[in-house]
Every structure is written in structure tokens, then in C-alpha cells.
Design a binder for this molecule. Structure first.
Ligand code: SAH
Length: 363
């Protein structure tokens, strides 16, 4: 079976290539091509034919198929449904911000965490994604955005497109899947994109979001203290949180707060607490008071997300006004809070819904 070249770090390839009869410096050349979005060794033009052939014999290059692409006319958000060669599909979202372009990647095909309001977990976990498969989301999206822009602008070649318009410099691991349930692959992905000889994306521009797998937090603080951490809190009492998120039975709110404080002590980094607001479940005046109490004195920021309604879950969303009231109350209590900017509202960018539709059609 061939090896997947995107699953390796530069060091590993430099170590491996001589064993395969190629000089170590070739690794860097190959990675430069992969980084440009090339998906066939034969297109790596500065490599001699015998090297191209050798690479082709030994390796494959992940090249997920774009099953769907939705483009927001309002803000340039692009949502992709990508399918790997085994038929597993995941979603990836490209977003434009003032400070650059950002991608939301999936870490698993499906999810086994079972959050009751989330579309990504409805059919359980299909499998983990490898680091190269996560990386391929980024490379595929960059290439697709570049090509789309070229054809929209009537350019003959995508080379004419300003990198500012397609180059990704921020990553959030907030797509389908629980990153701490696929820890090693996510770490390897971060290491690859961070490598200055590779994509050179600063760790401070990467955010990992967890539903609260507390047991991994210590390790995460040690492994990548510069990477941003987001914790999906979503409730202020254990009863409510357990009813929304089964993981809470294993790691209740108190354990999350303890671990969060440890994390901040160690890293001096601000944690983002995500709070998805659900009508009549976690949006009362008492909730916001409890939330302020829980987070008082912590180095943190609250990101309020009005629920994206998922059919069949029975959960309803709140008004933007209610979310803004929550933010205001938190701010008054000295806790930084924002309501998540709605990106791609016109393309149904709600978490995991494209993938869900595809999977439902299959059955
Ligand atoms: N498993 C990780 C990351 C993936 S989900 C986690 O739980 O953090 C990214 C964020 O979107 C999480 O805060 C998740 O709870 C939230 N989310 C999932 N489904 C949602 C929905 N339908 N509406 C609003 N937020 C949702």
C-alpha cells in the first residue's frame, strides 16, 4: 500500500527519502509543490522524471473531491463538502476577515460526543481523520478559492489572483469532530502547518475548540501553549449541561473550571468560552448571572452563539437581541463577551448540516 505524503512532517520525509533512493533535499521541493496545491507528482516540474516516478510508486497525495461548494454573496464565506476516497465526507468553511482569511477544519468524520443540538454527531463517529487529511482540507480550499476567483474575474490563470484573497493564515479546528478525541492527529496537523519551512502559520492564529475533554487539557497546555483554546460551555448548571452534552457526566462544570484555571496559570493565555444559546434552555436571566459568577476573575472571553437550528433535535434558537443582552450583562460584570458574527447566513453555514443531508440521502 502506498504511503500518504501529507501525513508526514518535513523531518520525517528528509529521513525517509534517502532510504527510498532520493536525496533528502528533495523532500523540501516536494512539499513546496504540495503547498501550492499540486496533487500529482508529474506536475512537480523541477523534479527529474525518475524522481517523479519513484514518488508515484511510493506515495499518494490526498485529494478530497469537492462535492459541493456554497458561496455567500454577502461576505465571501465559502462552505465546502469534501469527500475522501473512502466515501467519508466532511465540511470545511473558508471565511474572510479584516485581518486575513480563515478556515474552519473538521478533525473527524462524524463525532461520538453526542451533543444534543449538533448535526455533526447525529450519526455518530465514522472515523478519525489523519493529519494529512486535515491538511488536505486547507490545501484543497486554497486551490478552489483561487480557481473560483480566477474564473469569476475572467482571468486566464489563477496565478493572477492576489494571495491576500485566498491564502489562509488563520485556522479554527471547529468543524465536525472533537479534536481532543483525535489528539495525536490534530497535534501533528498543527505541527505541520506551523512549521516555518511549510505553511508557517503562527500558533497564535490557530484555535482548537473542545466540548470539554478535561483529561487532555494538561497535555494540550504542555504541547502547544501558544495555540488558542476554546471550550464549549453552553450551560451553567450540571443538570442542563448534561442534558445538552453527555460529556458533562464525565467532566462536570466544576472540573472544567478547575482545569481551565490550571491551563491559564500555566500558559497565561485567555480562554474563549463558547456559549450556544438555546431558547428556554440556557438563556434565562439566572443563567447569565451564574455564568458571570462562574467566570469572574478568569482570563477569558465569552463567545455567544445563537443556536443554528438543526431539524429533529427539538431545540430552538434565541433572537440576536437576546444574545446581545447576554453580552451586555456579562460586560457589565467585567467579562468580555461578543455575539458571534453571522457569517454565510445566506448559505446555511450551520455546523454539519451539509454533511448530514448527504448522509441522509445515502440511506
Ligand atoms: N467538538 C468541538 C468542536 C466542534 S463544534 C466542540 O464541541 O467544541 C464547534 C462549536 O459549535 C461548539 O461550541 C459546538 O457546541 C457548537 N455547535 C454545534 N452545533 C451547533 C449548532 N447547531 N448551533 C450553534 N452552535 C453549535
Amino acid at each position: 500500500m502506498k504511503m500518504q505524503i501529507l501525513d508526514f512532517t518535513i523531518e520525517e520525509l528528509e529521513w525517509l527519502f534517502p532510504d527510498l533512493g532520493m536525496q533528502a533535499y528533495r523532500a523540501r521541493q516536494v512539499l513546496d509543490w504540495l503547498y501550492k496545491g499540486v496533487t500529482d507528482f508529474k506536475d512537480m516540474k523541477n523534479l527529474p522524471a525518475d524522481i517523479q516516478e519513484k514518488l508515484d510508486e511510493e506515495f499518494e497525495i490526498y485529494n478530497p473531491k469537492i462535492v459541493r461548494e456554497q458561496v455567500s454573496k454577502e461576505d465571501g464565506t465559502r462552505k465546502f463538502l469534501l469527500e475522501y476516497s473512502d466515501g467519508n465526507a466532511i465540511e470545511t468553511v473558508f471565511m474572510k476577515y479584516k485581518y486575513g482569511n480563515s478556515i474552519c477544519v473538521s478533525s473527524q468524520a462524524g463525532c461520538r460526543m453526542g451533543c444534543k443540538f449538533c448535526a455533526s454527531t447525529l450519526n455518530g463517529l465514522s472515523r478519525d481523520l489523519t493529519s494529512g487529511e486535515i491538511l488536505a482540507q486547507l490545501l484543497t480550499v486554497e486551490r478552489a478559492v483561487k480557481n473560483s476567483l480566477a474564473s469569476e474575474k475572467g482571468e486566464a490563470s489563477s496565478k493572477e489572483i492576489d494571495p491576500k484573497e485566498w491564502k489562509i493564515n488563520h485556522i479554527v479546528v471547529m468543524g465536525t469532530g472533537e479534536p481532543f478525541d483525535n489528539y495525536l492527529n490534530v497535534m501533528r496537523f498543527i505541527q505541520t502547518v506551523h512549521d516555518p519551512r511549510w505553511l508557517n502559520i503562527s500558533n497564535r492564529n490557530i484555535t482548537v475548540s473542545t466540548c470539554g475533554v478535561v483529561s487532555m487539557l494538561k497535555l494540550f497546555a504542555e504541547d502547544c501553549p501558544q495555540v488558542n483554546l476554546a471550550i464549549s460551555l453552553h450551560a451553567t448548571t450540571d443538570d442542563v449541561r448534561s442534558s445538552m452534552m453527555p460529556i458533562n457526566r464525565m467532566f462536570p462544570i466544576e472540573k472544567i473550571m478547575e482545569a481551565a484555571k490550571e491551563y491559564t496559570k500555566k500558559t497565561k493565555r485567555r480562554i474563549t468560552f463558547e456559549y450556544t444559546m438555546v431558547n428556554g434552555v440556557n438563556d434565562s436571566d439566572e443563567d447569565v448571572k451564574r455564568l458571570a459568577n462562574l467566570l469572574k476573575g478568569m482570563l477569558c472571553h465569552v463567545n455567544l452563539i445563537p443556536l443554528n437550528k438543526v431539524e429533529g433535535t427539538g431545540f430552538d434558537t434565541v433572537s440576536r437581541k437576546r444574545a446581545e443582552e447576554f453580552a451586555e450583562i456579562l460586560e457589565k460584570a467585567g467579562i468580555a463577551a461578543t455575539v458571534r458574527r453571522e457569517l454565510g447566513a445566506d448559505i446555511d453555514a450551520a455546523c454539519g448540516q451539509l454533511r448530514l443531508k448527504k448522509n441522509q440521502n445515502r440511506h
